[in-house]
Write a protein that binds this ligand. Sequence first.
Ligand SMILES: [Zn+2]
Ligand SMILES: [Zn+2]
Length: 343
Amino acid sequence: MKALVYLGPRDLKYMEVETPEPKADEVLIKVKAVSICGSDLTGYKGESAMRVPPLIMGHEFSGEIAKLGENVKGLKVGDRVIVETNLYCGYCADCKAGFSNVCDNRKIIGTTMKAGSYNGAMADFVVVPAEKIMLLPDNVSFNAAALTEPLAISLRATKHAGDLKGKIVAVYGAGPIGLLTMQCAKFFGAERIIAIDIMEDRLEMAKKCGATEVINSKDDVMGFTRKITDGVGVDVVFDAVGAEETVNGGVEIVRNGGKVVWIGLGAAKVNFDYKHAVCKEITFYCSYMYTTEMREGLEMIKTGKMNVEQIITGIYPMSEGPRIFEELASRKSKDIKVILYND
Ligand SMILES: [Zn+2]
Ligand SMILES: [Zn+2]
């Protein structure tokens, strides 16, 4: 089969590799759509410990079942599916406590974890455990289905903030996770959603995703949010960037006693305005991956509560992957969410 193989920093090749065989409890999936995640780009640039070459990346995908392992029941060749990509162990203390998203024994499809690498979906085919498969409703396209995973990330983050009815919310970062967080915040009843980003075309997209106002981070974000909230500050901040500027910006613009949800993995370390945060009695939440949210997210897509497809700005054949990755990594491309497909 053909696959996009990550061979080293900025070295991605579309090349012939051996087609994987499903073991007894596994399924071979013909990949139909796989989206490029920000974490894949970090990996491509050689800046992620979670992408060790040689590796086939791709953890946001959909496809059709091509072959079943001998023990697999209840599925058939041709079924349209997505896959829960977090392959947690199920028996460790974290898994038992409901935190399968941080299980130390887990592998994640398309990444490298402590437990090892697992080849992902940027290929003609990918092998997955049968128990991780979710059947796609007929009305969910392969492209929309591929975005169930990032939606799950945003959904979990939004749930951390509790009841959003009537709340004023700010979201740092109008990339895919920020945009889907805006959609979730709107769905959960936030009254006003302020999108903050440095790129104007992303702010335009934010308006389609539920942002009631947008502000360029080059401008006076603090003054803008103060004006909207009569000097009080916003109720909840979602940080889908995770840079020093946004982490401290969140402390500034949130109201006293407000909530800040950290999702973005931008910086490993930041110089944090600790004392200010304590004196405002801010509650911080960290949100990482998902546990049950892929299933919930698929249901929301199916019932039309989420329009994930609208954030897709580019759809390209898998063979163009090397060029697309380089353009995204060097910021030559203005695409927000990219889908790679197999014919
Ligand atoms: Zn991702
Ligand atoms: Zn575990």
